[in-house]
Design a protein around this ligand. Structure first.
Ligand code: ADP
Ligand code: F6P
Length: 320
């Protein structure tokens, strides 16, 4: 008998989620499966907020940011009662498996469902790239490019006014976006939780640059540091250099996904369907050595991701 699978997006949206939804839907339809779109993450599963997917419901979405399935954070699903409501809904719908696109929190939910007999496959969808089992998360490249483009624009005014710009980028507690964007825009420093920071050393760097003729500076601060405004004030107070803080915020989550996000999302979505076709669940799909692979969800959740120490060093050795 042909299988019926569900697909949902959960947690923060990320560019490329739609490409993954499209790939899962089309790959499953090719294999003769029925595909149900579950709206607003686990809320849609608990409440039965479902649409049937076909080749046309996913037409023209590969280039769109956001998620056509909407996304949400569902507190009820964190309770045993919530999970059981979802399990009953899966039985009612005849679901043989679900593809969950989201971050670590969403994968915990997927593990709970898998433990109750609903095979789930997690796809890493977050701009933060903070999922340990994978080198790459869907949305990361687009978010970095968006941040880079915005800092490029910002640099025009920073330069014209001989100012210091302190720019906060997203990433929750992770500094991957920050260090990559800092390198890409030629910033003086990336201030990230993983490495801590010494404001006096940064100020010395800014002043040294001034004395060698560079009259503007850009610092990229990871969101997890949490006080770009204060850092700008401190720099201005200690140097007399006019400083401004800019928080890029949620624009980094939007926009048309890059080639990399569309392609990786498509490869991962395809792999997820192959697993569900074999009745395999409780796995997260990731990239390892740039190849798609899958790993047990609990194992995935227990991994630690190294920071980009080498890139951080390169930034510091070239930032003057
Ligand atoms: P992300 O998936 O991006 O990490 P969240 O941490 O907000 O985002 O999680 C998204 C959703 O996943 C939550 O709103 C909740 O429905 C579900 N979830 C999160 N943590 C758990 C958990 N420990 N057990 C079950 N479900 C969870
Ligand atoms: O996980 C993606 C992300 O944009 C983080 O970078 C950020 O910390 C968080 O989500 C913001 O969440 P919200 O959309 O709830 O403001």
């Amino acid at each position: 008998m042909s299988k019926t699978i569900g697909i949902l997006t959960s947690g923060g949206d990320a560019p490329g989620m739609n490409a993954a939804v499209r790939a899962v839907t089309r790959a499953a339809l090719t294999k003769g499966m029925k595909v149900l779109g579950i709206l607003r993450g686990y809320n849609g599963l608990i409440n039965g907020d479902i649409i049937e997917m076909n080749a046309r419901t996913v037409s023209g979405i590969i280039q769109r940011g956001g998620t056509i399935l909407y996304t949400a954070r569902c507190l009820e699903f964190k309770t045993h009662e919530g999970v059981m409501k979802a399990v009953n809904k899966c039985k009612e719908l005849g679901l043989d498996g679900i593809v969950v696109i989201g971050g670590d929190g969403s994968f915990r939910g997927a593990a709970d469902l898998s433990a109750q007999g609903v095979p789930c496959i997690g796809l890493p969808g977050t701009i933060d790239n903070d999922i340990a089992c994978t080198e790459y998360t869907i949305g990361y490249d687009t978010a970095m490019n968006t941040a880079m483009e915005m800092v490029d624009k910002l640099k025009d005014t920073t330069q014209s006014h001989d100012r210091c710009s302190v720019v906060e980028v997203m990433g929750r507690n992770a500094g991957y976006i920050a260090v990559n964007v800092a390198v890409a825009v030629g910033a003086e420093a990336a201030i990230v939780v993983e490495k801590g920071f010494d404001i006096d050393a940064i100020i010395k760097n800014i002043l040294d640059n001034r004395s060698s003729g560079k009259s503007h500076s850009v610092l990229i601060v990871a969101e997890g540091i949490g006080n770009a405004g204060q850092i700008a004030k401190d720099i201005e107070a200690k140097t007399g250099i006019e400083s401004r803080a800019t928080i890029l915020g949620h624009v980094q989550r939007g926009g048309s996904p890059t080639v990399r996000d569309r392609v990786v999302a498509t490869q991962m979505g395809y792999h997820a369907v192959e697993l569900l076709e074999k009745g395999i669940g409780n796995r997260v799909v990731g990239l390892k050595d740039n190849k798609v692979y899958d790993v047990d969800i609990q194992e995935a959740l227990s991994m630690q991701k190294p920071f980009e120490d080498e890139l951080y060093k390169i930034l510091n050795d070239t930032a003057y």
